[in-house]
Design a protein around this ligand. Structure first.
Ligand code: SF4
Length: 494
């Protein structure tokens, strides 16, 4: 898509039972997850009863001086970290500062926790008002504080029994939450919502235990064998690692969009036996079958870099049509450049890629995209291909048409912003300027992922959500939207 759709967060945590400092494990782990959140980053470590913390907006720093400074200040053999994109709360600089994770909560003397999580809470409004009655006004508008306070509430109610407190979260909090916590004794805990919506894995090397959103964050730390935090599971590392599934959801529901767009191509997501890039190749092979006749009209394949590259390769393998790598990313043109240029958003999208006109002129292009969310980026890129002389442009999209918002941590939270909920396929093709638009079917997607339909979240493409409140809110919001009523903010925050 070339479009930048954002994920709530990437999380990484580590504990060394031989008292080795963990900062560098945290640093490398989080750096390999920076694609999951670029608005802010944070590290919290713990040593001798003290939490040490460092955080800021934007990307994780990579210059030597900053890294040395972080290593010096973040003491301890246990730590958690977070690279965040906000899918709750406001997005002014002040609010982004307030929402940075990990968040430290609790009393000076008494229960205290540091918490870092990836996901999004659905029944956040109800929880917020209940917890305000109990603890007073919230200090941030981010839902990390809601999850953290709910945990503190359970710890108070069950006299410090962590397992029962997390069980209470699983009973009362609806949504996606892959979570890491350090308590005031320096113990590390990991738990995941009962549907396992966002990815979460862990591994061990010697006396080092590490937890991460995706497997490359373990591999970068030389942890080469790993397992997954199961849906509804709590893993504690107090003296040794102990795991227990506390609650079972009606079904598992890992986010299908992770496979098409978010996760790194070299990740292995739970339940699958192959890396994400192989699944993206399989998406394209399924497209090749579905649109075999249409593809005969095309003489080259082009992908909008880089998340569609693996699918473009798969399409080339399946059809024999040459994959021309004629579109290249201008790597250092970032979204932040929007603010500083006079051309605005459109100009910067154009500048993000360079297209080699000699390879495009007169060609009938099969353009591979991983997904179309708002459609603006496709429109700009297709106009550019036309300007360079493309004779025909047929778009093949590996993720089915997105028609519904996401409640679980992907930043598409209204019906109105989704081109797929407003227009038919032909209308979208017309809007983006393509000769034809060819989406993957839901069946093709599921088959290529290789997991049963019943263990995936497909909410944004099917309108059927794995959790009850999300379904209720979505049904209501869809009805008002179809009546032309104005949407006011994110569906789950109204
Ligand atoms: S609604 Fe879509 S983007 Fe959100 S978790 Fe489900 S599959 Fe993923």
């Amino acid at each position: 898509m070339g479009e930048e759709i954002s994920e709530a967060c990437g999380i990484f945590g580590a504990v060394s039972k031989s008292s080795e400092p963990v900062f560098y494990y945290l640093y490398w782990g989080l750096l390999s997850l920076n694609h999951r959140g670029q608005q802010s980053y944070g590290f919290t470590t713990f040593s001798n009863g003290i939490f040490y913390k460092d955080e800021d907006l934007n990307l994780i720093p990579t210059d030597e001086e900053s890294v040395k400074r972080l290593a010096k200040s973040l003491k301890g053999s246990v730590g958690i970290s977070n690279a965040r994109y906000a899918t709750s709360g406001k997005s002014s600089i002040q609010h982004l500062h307030g929402g940075k994770q990990p968040l430290i909560l609790g009393k000076k003397r008494g229960r205290k926790i540091a918490i870092s999580y990836n996901g999004n809470l659905v029944n956040v409004k109800q929880l917020r008002s209940k917890l305000t009655e109990k603890f007073g006004k919230f200090t941030t508008d981010a839902d990390t504080e809601v999850l953290g306070r709910q945990l503190l509430l359970g710890l108070e109610e069950y006299r410090g029994d962590f397992s029962r407190a997390v069980g209470l979260i699983m009973d009362e909090v609806e949504g996606a939450y892959s979570t890491l916590v350090i308590d005031e004794e320096g113990s590390l805990y990991a738990f995941r919502d009962v549907h396992g919506i966002r990815p979460f894995c862990f591994g061990k090397r010697g006396s080092l235990y590490a937890f991460a959103s995706e497997t490359p964050a373990l591999e970068i730390n030389n942890i080469l064998s790993f397992d997954y935090v199961r849906p509804g599971e709590l893993i504690s590392v107090v003296t040794r690692l102990e795991r227990k599934v506390l609650r079972r959801g009606k079904r598992n529901a890992i986010c299908a969009f992770e496979f098409a767009y978010f996760s790194r191509p070299d990740s292995i997501l739970n339940g699958t036996d192959k890396p994400v890039y192989k699944i993206r190749e399989a998406f394209a092979k399924s497209l090749a079958q579905e649109y075999a006749n249409k593809l005969k009209r095309n003489d080259i394949i082009i992908s909008m870099p880089e998340t569609a590259d693996d699918a473009a390769y798969g399409l080339h393998e399946a059809t024999g049509i040459p994959w021309e790598r004629a579109v290249r990313k201008n790597r250092y043109v970032t979204r932040r450049a929007f603010i500083s240029t006079k051309e605005g958003r459109k100009g910067v999208i154009e500048k993000k890629t360079n297209m080699v006109k000699e390879m495009i002129r007169g060609r009938r292009i099969a353009l591979v995209e991983d997904s179309i969310v708002r459609g603006d980026t496709s429109k700009i890129n297709i106009a550019k291909l036309r300007k360079l002389g493309a004779k025909r442009i047929d778009v093949y999209v590996t993720f089915p048409r997105i028609t519904n918002p996401c409640f679980y941590g992907v930043d598409m939270a209204t019906y109105g912003e989704l081109i797929g909920s407003r227009f038919s396929d032909d209308e979208i093709a017309k809007y983006i300027g393509a000769d034809s638009l060819n989406y993957q079917s839901i069946e093709g997607l599921v088959k290529a992922i290789g997991l049963p339909l019943s263990s995936l979240c497909l909410g944004c493409i099917s309108g059927r959500y794995p959790t009850r409140t999300a379904q209720r809110i979505a049904d209501r919001a869809r009805e008002s939207f179809s009546k032309g009523l104005d949407e006011q903010g994110r569906v789950y925050e109204r």
